[in-house]
Ligand binder design. Structure first.
Ligand SMILES: [Zn+2]
Length: 307
């Protein structure tokens, strides 16, 4: 038995789908990995609906996602939070960043940026223009990034780092269409929910240094990170709402397939998990949570799935 230090912060994990379609296999993987890791550590697992970008919200899809999760056998703690109801928190964080003088208004158009940089790295055109009027409805707000390596130890992918100056340039925290950026909102959400562990898809690995940088300037603690491989089709297309991945089946077979994708099951040299090993979904979850081992999740960017 491992003794838990009472001073140690209790594990708090989360799953944060955007309500832009049904729950598909790719998001089931993120839900499963974050859930199993949290429950294996006797932690809380929270749900957050990432609806900050209202233009992308598909009506009722939050309800469809929640129904699918419930049918799959997930159970969550506390109230479900909606980003659209947390706007004051984002405003407060933005204000705090503005006070550090690390932020500035950017009036560059997409077209302008294309001529200056072909790699999507912001060339710093507005950095020294000294425009600070953030309420003019025409400009975005960027944050000045340092020229130093920001690295962290990912619990699956191991060491990862970026020099934001070279890899991204000053990035947007408030969009010119008056929407808080994903980078800012996710950092603020995780802080206010007291998230200690973030388990999510590989596509967000290269967002993590930006988020760590924002945590530093906002004086927030840094959660642990783990990025699971992405599920792709044989044609190397990521399963996502954009690729019109179909709605996930909430049956035992699908759950077992997801657990196998995540490398779970008996040790090497033994046959993989089979849905016939389990009487029902409860039986499956009990097994997965007890035997969950994050070290067995493949250290890969992506894996092909036949689904
Ligand atoms: Zn600009």
């Amino acid at each position: 038995m491992t003794k838990t230090n009472p001073e140690q912060k209790k594990y708090r994990g989360r799953f944060a789908p955007s309500p832009s379609g049904e729950l598909h296999f790719g998001s089931l993987l993120a839900a499963m990995a974050s859930y199993a890791d949290a429950r294996h550590h006797n932690g809380c697992w929270l749900l957050r609906i990432d609806d900050i970008d209202q233009a992308r919200v598909v009506k009722y899809s939050d309800q469809h996602i929640l129904n699918a999760l419930e049918q799959c056998g997930f159970s969550w703690d506390e109230n479900i939070s909606y980003q659209s109801q947390c706007i004051n928190q984002y405003h407060a964080a933005l204000q705090k960043i503005n006070q550090t003088e690390l932020s500035y208004s950017c009036t560059c158009s997409r077209k302008q940026l294309k001529t200056f940089s072909s790699h999507g790295i912001y060339p710093g055109l507005c950095r020294d223009k000294g425009i600070s009027d953030i309420d003019d409805n025409k400009s975005a707000i960027r944050v000045k990034v340092p020229s130093e390596n920001i690295s962290f130890i990912d619990q699956i992918q191991q060491k990862y780092g970026q020099n934001l100056t070279h890899d991204t340039g000053d990035f947007i925290i408030y969009r010119r269409d008056n929407v808080f950026s994903y980078q800012l909102s996710v950092v603020v959400d995780d802080f206010y929910s007291g998230i200690t562990h973030v388990v999510r898809g590989y596509d967000l690995l290269d967002s993590t240094p930006k988020q760590i940088f924002l945590q530093k300037i906002l004086d927030y603690p840094q959660p642990h990170y783990a990025h699971i491989p992405l599920a792709v089709t044989e044609e190397n297309i990521k399963l996502s709402k954009l690729s019109h991945a179909r709605k996930v089946n909430c049956d035992l077979k699908t759950l077992v397939l997801a657990a196998r994708f995540l490398g779970q099951g008996p040790g090497q040299g033994q046959r993989g998990l089979d849905h016939k090993d389990f009487d029902n979904k409860d039986d499956f979850w009990q097994y997965l949570i007890t035997h969950w081992d994050i070290n067995r999740v493949p250290k890969m960017e992506k894996q092909v799935i036949m689904y």
